[in-house]
Design a protein around this ligand. Sequence first.
Ligand code: F6P
Length: 776
Amino acid sequence: MPARGRRACRARLALGLLLLSAAAATAALRAARPTAGARASRALRARVALAGAEGGDESGAGDAALRLLRRSEAFVLNSVARSLRAAEESLAELGRRHAALGDARPWDGSELLLDEAALPTGERSLASTLAAASAAAAAAAAAADAADVAGGGGRAAERPPSAQPERGALASQLPEWAALEAHAASLRDVHLRELLADTERSAALFVPHRTGERDGEIAADFSRHKLTKRTLELLVRLAEAMGLRGKLRGLFRGELMNGTERRPVLHTALRAAPSDGAVFVDGTDVMPEVLASRQRVADFARDVRSCRRVGCTGRPLRNVVVVGIGGSSLGPAFLYEALRATHLYEQLDGVQLRFLANIDELDAARAIAQLDAAETLVVITSKTFRTRETLINGCTLRTWLRTQLRGQASDEQIDSSHIAACTADAAAAERWGVSRALTFAFWEWVGGRFSVTSSVGQLPIALAFGPEVFDEFLQGARDIDRHCLTAPFERNLPVLMGLLGLWNLNFQNHTARAIFPYCEALWRLPAHVQQVEMESNGKRVSTHGRLLDFHAAEVTFGEPGTTGQHSFFQLLHMGQTVPADFIGFAQSPGELAFEHTAVALDGCAVSHHDELMANFFAQPDALARGCTAAELRALGVSDELVPHRTFPGDRPSTVLLMPRLTAFAVGQLLALYEHRTAVQGFVCGVNSFDQWGVELGKELAQEVRAQMRAARSSGEPPRCALPSTARLLARYLELAAQTPPPTALAGGGARLPSADSAAVRECVGETEDEVCVLET
Ligand code: F6P
């Protein structure tokens, strides 16, 4: 027999052996299942009997113990069943791959050892499938072992009964994860072109969301993802194994979802309707407070807009500067920009908003450029009322107000007419000098990045456009809340978006993702979602403190189309693969301004919006389909240029098409992305609601400030933990000493005075020594 034929023969033998051993493992597991279950059950019953005898209680304690027993039995059987299913799926996959390979398969490994790296692509996925099959079999064996331990009355029998396979197990340790890995391997050589040719598949992955509301439809197309119906089934199984349904319910119900800060996470209560019923936190219904706060903000906004409330000189308050950073700025800024496009007319009667976030003094100068202090309201937004950037900026603006209005009113009158706050710590705001009458509440159980539906978003938006516009936005968010909570996972938009995020990230190895609104009004959406996702799921351990061996979040970025196309899309088409969300609208919000505008191009009238949307539809297809060398040659492209002009395609995206950019639609989008984040975090098993990763930098900045101060007063070189930092800091101090500190900044006609040290100290609550540094 020729060498090639012998190798093929040995390969088939090897595969046959592997199939046999895997089949034997499955059979053994099948056999183990009743035994393990029965043994566990016997042992638990014995324990119940013992507990009953010891306690002398045959009713109450006995009943509770029996309930416990039934749930424990279900747990054991479920674990074994899940593992068996995964093993069987992997085996079926293996069989299909084996059949597909045929006789002429090249074989360059030794008989039974498959060295994955050395194999050609087709066999590499076979090797992965085998590895996954054996992982699944091992997991199944482990589950059967666990059942045996339980049967023997060991530690496992004392686990709290739960639907989870093992308390604290990482998602990646579950058989459902292994099944997804095996499945991903089977799709590795399938191009999106092939998948998109399947019309039935594409139709199944088109998921429309319809509400009774006008313009409430979202047409979501997931067909351009590297997935099949089977992928979705497996992802849903993983979600179920990680308890997604229960976690979502827990979130809406006010259960403690943020373990490290011991808080519930109830942004959904902020947009609930009065008819939605009670939501309890520590036994107290929070809804009366939420609704009262909403009413109070609405009344205040109406008073300002109708000039019942004016500035200290009697002039109307036409400008609002929102001072806040992170979640206290990005959400409201995104919302303002989005609604500005759709509510031009309301805004004319209302006020203009500006946002001041950065501690860079240029940002403060821009925020007040050309503003008349007599017509300006400063809103300090800070959940904690402890964020340095916000308090220092707030202080600077207070000084600006007092300086500009000096002689026309007292400092107290200026403060009480021109400074408001949105905070969860009203006492801290009061200490800082904001009157209680102008302090608007939100609560500890609202995460900063999830706070846009609280007074944080309501106050500026209701001032700018009226409370009714904000209410419409809340209705949109509420619509997606209900959908998220009730729709089956397979038709649930935020659930699908979260699961596909996980799929692309961990099973397709795409570690970045992008958001492209084909709508200029949504230009701040990517920045807001970036914080929501990266601060929420950028975690390294599970809720149980175990180190993750997979990613829970992608690097998120974005830019409106079409400007992004002419900037970085080159890399997306030919460099790395970055799954993207394309968001577009059937109607342009700009039609308000350019209703009758059309440009004649090549003899036909093209509206701006049609041109924009032509790109919106083209880009996802270009990413998915690509352009092959053969196609290029057929088009007459020279051989020399073919490699440069070949597009590999096979790049996934989600397309979201909505009727019109309305406040309702913006609310839907906000909630979609909030819940997508929560879903991904829940399935990854991380705490999406804390943010310890921001703390170290803050602490080190404190040390740097101390060193700056010490070096300046002593003339000694600064001392830092890293010599590199000491060298840079010394150079900074040297250069800064040569530049006289500005006493005021020009700001397009406005003057920005430097804050006085006592006021800054009062803001940030620090010693004079530390504060001096801030004044340089
Ligand atoms: O430092 C990060 C952070 O705590 C964010 O989570 C938050 O959105 C931002 O700072 C602002 O916090 P605060 O609203 O308390 O000023």
